[in-house]
Ligand binder design. Structure first.
Ligand code: C2G
Length: 137
């Protein structure tokens, strides 16, 4: 009797991939059998008001190289989560806890979890550090 694989789903921009991203994906991968990551497209980042250093194709390539990630899908809209959850038979939808409460409405479809962020690292902080190094050079 083979059981249904537990599929975990998350979304994000994942620009300048760092250990905070890695630790989230590592914990998520431990919650199930496969981890699907919705990577925000450049067009969706415009909607989110995020300016990326790395274009979607590079952010996707980095995520696909991550040992904890099974599959990467494009995230193009806020609204696609419900259909993604159904189409990929997702058992757990999870995000970092800066999103706590934002996706509770998905609770009728799947388990919704928010995991603690990794402290002291963010894409924004990395950009600042780089700018400081450049100006100090
Ligand atoms: N994260 C983390 N620890 C950090 C930084 C980020 O756990 N130090 C988590 C965030 O909480 C998020 C994921 O890594 O769950 C990706 O972070 P971002 O690339 O900043 O994603 P975001 O812009 O929050 O996009 O529809 C959902 C959005 O696409 C989420």
């Amino acid at each position: 009797m083979t059981r249904t694989p537990i599929t975990v789903l998350t979304y994000g921009t994942f620009d300048l991939f760092h250990h905070g991203h890695v630790r989230l994906l590592q914990r998520l991968s431990q919650l199930g059998d496969e981890l699907i990551v919705g990577c925000s497209t450049d067009e969706f980042n415009d909607i989110k008001g995020k300016r990326c250093v790395m274009p979607f194709s590079q952010r996707r390539e980095v995520l696909e190289a991550c040992r904890y990630v099974t599959r990467v899908i494009p995230e193009e809209t806020w609204e696609q989560k419900r259909s993604d959850i159904v189409n990929h038979n997702v058992s757990i939808f999870a995000m970092g806890d800066d999103w706590t409460g934002h996706f509770d409405d998905l609770g009728d479809l799947t388990r919704v979890l928010y995991l603690p962020r990794t402290p002291d690292v963010s894409t924004t902080e990395l950009k600042t550090r780089i700018q400081q190094r450049v100006s100090a050079a």
